[in-house]
Design a protein around this ligand. Structure first.
Ligand code: SF4
Length: 525
């Protein structure tokens, strides 16, 4: 029996991955004597199986069930919405999903849904249907359970149920909550990322060797880009990186226990520190396996510290995410990434030349920054199509002038948008900005158009590439296949088979024979 059960999901239909937050929380509480069960891929499990797995862990000692909202995604409701069921209203990567269908009619429908969707007000989150259905049934059977919500969307309200909410990095708050509910009166030491241990330590995890696991090398970022509202930015060097012995221990434990060789590093900036790069290159070369990883990197830091070109490869880099935001001199300067506007394209070409096919790139751009016109964006898009770095995506500049609930951090733009010439002409609407060449609406529309057009060219890279490796081992092949040529229905079917087998292993144990996977994967091929 578990003291607490957490429902985890990435909320995508074609990539089984286990987000880190719930495992990190579970690990911290397990280390303090609680039995916390994380159910992964919750959104992909059949309702009956999902209920059965929950019930395996619910008993007299169970305090409650928690949900992580960080990856709740509109596609969950959009794709599954029927009749009068509402669709979700929150989206971040407008226009991107339209490439995930080979059928022109579905593509068009997804485009329209995305477009409508992104025009709706953000800051509204609602429970996906699988949460509503499962909670309704379990709450009826177990009326004494607490229901707890955490994760980055837990601040927002458009919910069907009442939830106890725990915001932000929750190790201390969640342990305190469990202690209070268990009448534990002892003293606890505060969580310290530097001393953080293994994350995936729960019982009966059923982690396969193909899966990429997530890992944080540290928690925080030394920089303070103007548009960035992540918490823990502007940190001092050396104050937020984990003890290297513990990192090495986690690599070895995961390899020996699950066969894990592939990782998604979640650090806000992975390559900010040369000492960290050298230490990790040493750890990687000592490991008994060939480590492969993706993560957030800064391009300018590789340029400034050229030794990183080799070090990152030695650590095992497959596909970095670069938040370029803009190649335009004025726009990039306004957000504190001026180097990208001066040298970004040139150095990207140099890296592509040096790293060749071995490493591909995921690039992020923002539309709506000061001084940049639609023609400038078109130039960037033309450069991307010409040079084919891998995957890229445009997102509209998000400024939120409304008072933010809870602990949500404000970016410099949120606090001081007028300094950069942003105006908010609609009284009471602190989300609709206007500046020079764009307003928030035209910026969103341009994103949809550019992202939609990009689907002809982009290939899975960065995070998506690692996600897909769980169901298709040969990531080198996917890495060099255009998204439009990927059979997404096949990926969804493989994902469904993966989730089915996960559910059966959760119910019957890890010796469950995955016969159906082969059947499902083979069918129609
Ligand atoms: S955008 Fe990235 S590099 Fe800039 S402050 Fe935010 S996390 Fe740090």
């Amino acid at each position: 029996m578990a003291h607490f059960v957490i429902w985890n999901c990435l909320a995508e239909d074609y990539a089984p991955i286990r987000p880190l937050g719930p495992h990190q929380l579970a690990s911290w509480c397990i280390q303090h004597g609680y039995n916390v069960k994380v159910i992964d891929f919750s959104h992909l499990l059949q309702h009956k199986d999902f209920i059965e797995i929950n019930e395996k862990h619910i008993g007299p000692e169970t305090i409650g069930i928690g949900v992580s909202t960080s990856f709740w995604h509109p596609s969950v409701r959009m794709k599954k919405a029927k009749g009068s069921q509402k669709t979700n209203t929150y989206t971040t990567s407008v226009g991107d999903q339209v490439g995930h269908s080979n059928d022109p009619a579905t593509k068009r429908k997804l485009f329209d849904q995305n477009f409508t969707n992104m025009m709706a007000a953000p800051n509204r989150t609602e429970e996906p249907f699988w949460v509503i259905n499962a909670r309704t049934e379990l709450e009826r059977k177990y009326p004494k359970l607490d229901w707890v919500m955490g994760g980055s969307q837990s601040h927002y309200g458009n919910m069907e149920f009442n939830w106890k909410k725990i915001h932000g990095f929750a190790e201390d708050a969640f342990l305190k909550y469990l202690d209070e509910r268990s009448d534990f009166a002892g003293v606890r030491k505060d969580f310290d990322i530097k001393q953080s241990n293994r994350a995936y330590i729960g019982n009966n995890l059923s982690i396969g060797s193909n899966e990429a696991l997530l890992m944080e090398m540290g928690r925080g970022c030394q920089f303070e880009c103007s548009f960035c509202s992540y918490p823990l930015i502007g940190k001092k060097k050396g104050t937020y990186i984990r003890d290297y012995k513990r990192i090495e221990d986690e690599f070895l434990y995961n390899y020996e226990t699950f066969g894990t060789t592939k990782y998604i590093f979640t650090d806000d900036t992975f390559n900010e520190d040369m000492d960290k790069m050298e230490q990790l290159a040493k750890i990687s070369s000592d490991l008994p396996f060939d480590l492969k990883y993706v993560g957030y990197h800064r391009l300018d830091l590789i340029w400034a510290r050229k030794a990183q070109k080799d070090l990152l490869r030695e650590i095992g880099l497959v596909s970095p995410f670069f938040g370029i935001e803009s190649f335009h001199p004025e726009a990039s300067k306004a957000i504190g990434k001026g180097w990208n506007g001066r040298m970004g394209k040139e150095f990207m070409e140099e890296l592509m030349n040096d790293w060749k096919d071995e490493i591909t790139f995921e690039l992020g751009f923002i539309i709506g920054l000061p001084g940049e016109t639609k023609e400038n964006i078109q130039e960037t898009w033309d450069w991307l199509v010409k040079h084919q770095p891998g995957y890229w995506i445009f997102q509209a500049l998000y400024i939120n002038q409304h008072e933010k609930p809870g602990e949500i951090q404000m970016s410099k733009f949120d606090r001081d948008a007028q300094k950069w010439g942003y105006k908010f002409p609609i009284p009471g609407n602190g989300l609709y900005w206007k500046q020079g060449n764009f307003n928030s609406s035209t910026a969103n529309k341009a994103c949809v158009e550019f992202n939609y057009a990009s689907n002809e060219f982009v290939k899975p890279a960065g995070f998506r590439l690692m996600q897909l490796t769980a169901i298709d081992e040969d990531f080198k092949k996917i890495q060099h296949t255009k998204q439009k040529d990927i059979n997404w229905e096949h990926m969804e079917r493989k994902t469904a088979a993966f989730a089915y087998n996960y559910a059966k292993k959760q119910i019957y144990g890890d010796n469950y024979y995955p016969g159906l996977e082969a059947e499902l994967v083979d069918s129609g091929e």
